[in-house]
Design a protein around this ligand. Structure first.
Ligand SMILES: Cc1ncc(COP(=O)(O)O)c(C=O)c1O
Length: 350
């Protein structure tokens, strides 16, 4: 039987969390003299003089409805980067415990682990960018607390096979974090409906991609109530500011607009892939289930990257990343932006 308590660092098990003024008195009416706020307002005259709801109850209720998940199974973070860090901090004793990742993948798992002085076990993806499940399970040690999976994966763009993800969920006794930041662009279904089936599963999603709100900094983690409770104990008391909570609640009324944007991006992804494949400079465009393409170049990718920068077109050079030799990661832009990129690459002379 999986129990998050048996995986926690001892100091986290013992932790008495900070109790904020808004935790201690939850009523909305009254004379609030409990939080050392400025009672007059702010120079902008609005209501941002008051601390936000520490547990974002209204916003979570709305997300719960849309995602069909109980609000107690939702954690909200300052981007999904915050839950990545919090989960490592909860479970990994510095200089002793480890996380396991399957590179090439999103860089923050490794960086967050290093910040927390956790070890990073790396089991590369296969040549076709899928999980090497057997090698991953063989690489697990008694100190491996978390496996981070990313599907669709950044920077390769493809979904991991859900059967492989489930094999890891079933055979690893630690926590399995599945980062679904790009799930809205993918034909594969999110694993969120299987939350009840896997007590060791955490799913990350974000408002930064399909919802178009990267500047707002709002990420979601979905997990069992037990896991979410510990995450709430460890997070800073007011990690989601009032403006973010307000705008996110408004935006959730506009899923139709989000879906419309996703459809445009999918159409553009297909246009961009076809156009790139016809270029002299391009060796291969990898299939993508996300809002970007990994593109292997025929000529020196770093030189092409610098050439594009000179034309004020910014891509991401992934040449130094394992299994991404000579490749650029290109975000799908607007039609005009994509056309500018294609025209620039057509004019490239090696
Ligand atoms: C796979 C993946 N996860 C998470 C993030 C970060 O998301 P957020 O903006 O919610 O912190 C990114 C950002 O590029 C990403 O590629």
């Amino acid at each position: 039987m999986f129990s998050i308590n048996s995986l926690l660092r001892p100091n986290i098990s013992r932790l008495t969390p900070y109790s904020s003024a808004r935790d201690e008195y939850k009523g909305r009416e009254g004379i609030f003299l409990d939080a050392n706020e400025n009672p007059i307002g702010s120079p902008l005259g609005d209501t941002y003089n008051r601390y936000p709801d520490p547990l974002q109850v209204e916003l979570k209720n709305k997300i719960a409805e849309i995602k069909n998940v109980h609000p107690a199974k939702i954690f909200l973070g300052n981007g999904s980067d915050e839950p990545i860090d919090i989960l490592i901090r909860m479970l990994c004793t510095p200089a002793s415990d480890a996380i396991l990742i399957a590179p090439p993948t999103y860089g923050m798992y490794e960086v967050s682990a290093h910040i927390n002085d956790a070890k990073v076990i790396q089991v590369p993806l296969t040549q076709d960018y899928q999980l090497d499940v057997e090698a991953m399970l063989n690489a697990v040690t008694p100190h491996t607390k978390i496996i981070f999976l990313c599907s669709p994966n950044n920077p390769t763009g493809n979904c991991m096979d859900n059967n492989d993800i489930e094999a890891i969920l079933k055979n690893f006794s630690g926590l399995v974090v599945i980062d679904e930041a790009y799930t809205d662009f993918a034909p594969e279904k999110s694993l969120l409906p299987k939350l009840g089936q896997y007590p060791n599963m955490v799913i990350l999603q974000t408002f930064s991609k399909a919802w178009g709100l990267a500047g707002l900094r709002l990420g979601m983690a979905f997990a069992s109530e037990d896991i979410i409770q510990v995450m709430n104990k460890v997070k800073p008391p007011y990690n989601i500011n009032s403006l973010t909570q307000k705008i996110a609640q408004e935006v959730l009324n506009h899923s139709d607009k989000k879906n419309e944007m996703v459809n445009i991006i999918l159409r553009e992804r297909s246009f961009l892939k076809t156009a790139l494949e016809q270029l002299m400079v391009v060796d291969k465009v990898f299939p993508s289930d996300a809002n970007f393409l990994l593109v292997k170049m025929k000529f020196h990718a770093k030189k092409i990257y610098n050439y594009l920068i000179a034309k004020k077109i910014i891509t991401r050079d992934r040449s130094n990343v394992i299994l991404c030799e000579n490749s650029l990661r290109i975000t799908v832009g607007t039609h005009e932006e994509n056309q500018s990129l294609i025209s620039a690459l057509q004019e490239y002379i090696s």
